[in-house]
Design a protein around this ligand. Structure first.
Ligand code: DX5
Ligand code: ZN
Length: 226
């Protein structure tokens, strides 16, 4: 992965057909997805359960772009190597998931993956300040994590502006996760974000049999983002 700040659209497979991940991933990549965002939930850190490392390993051969794994689990550390072994290019952990985020980020990089740090809507940008030299990505949650299709929380946009300033020249992506659509994408890109996760706004109206709407939806977000 080479670093750049161009806008990247990362469809979340949380909104895909769970019985057909391989074909769904191939469809959204053929329709212009830049990364594939993989939401892992444990029913403990967040009030929903998705899947774990075995599913990630099974879908990995279907991903030609970047496998961006968002861990909404606590604890994180016992599972890092399993997700790295499953082929994750980026592993993102939440600052709220435990008392030792510094250790967690060290462990992610030691596993060979790029390290991401996610901040819930209630967590200020300053929480990332001591960690800026240990991360490759900061994920700003613009909904409370757990479910797709929630409403974008506008007060999080200011946090993106603050993080962009804090990051300076460092090669750190700012990713936005939650409620991204053509109306909200321009706000966060103007504030400094470059990776836009989108679940419902990408997968709505399409299917593996009828993938053209995926392309229309991705282009609509990209065009609106400017
Ligand atoms: C929420 C997940 C998101 C989610 C986004 O906990 O981390 O990735 O799938 O879904 P939308 O784009 O529908 O808000
Ligand atoms: Zn996510």
């Amino acid at each position: 992965m080479t670093f750049d700040r161009s806008v990247k659209i990362a469809p979340s497979i949380l909104s895909a057909d769970f019985a057909n991940f391989g074909a769904e991933i191939e469809a959204v990549e053929a329709q212009g997805a830049d990364w594939i965002h993989v939401d892992v939930m444990d029913g403990h850190f967040v009030p929903n359960i998705t899947f774990g490392p075995a599913t990630c390993a099974a879908i990995r051969p279907h991903i030609k772009t970047v496998m961006d794994v968002h861990l909404m689990v606590a604890p994180v550390d016992p599972y890092i190597q399993a997700f790295a072994d499953a082929g994750a290019d980026i592993i993102t952990a939440h600052v709220e998931a435990g008392p030792h985020i510094h250790r967690t980020l060290q462990a992610i990089r030691a596993s060979g993956a790029k390290a991401g740090l996610a901040l819930n809507p209630g967590t200020p940008a300053e929480a990332a300040a001591p960690l800026l030299d240990m991360v490759d990505l900061i994920c700003v949650m613009t909904v409370n994590p757990g479910f797709g299709g929630q409403k974008f929380i506008h007060s999080c946009v200011q946090k993106v502006t603050e993080l962009r300033e804090m990051i300076g020249d460092r090669e750190v992506h700012i990713e936005i996760d939650g409620g991204v659509d053509p109306s909200t994408a321009p706000l966060v890109v103007a504030a400094g974000a470059d990776v836009l996760v989108a679940g419902s706004a990408v997968f709505k109206g399409g299917s593996v049999q009828n993938p053209a709407p995926y392309g229309d939806n991705i282009r609509a977000i990209r065009t609106a983002a400017g």
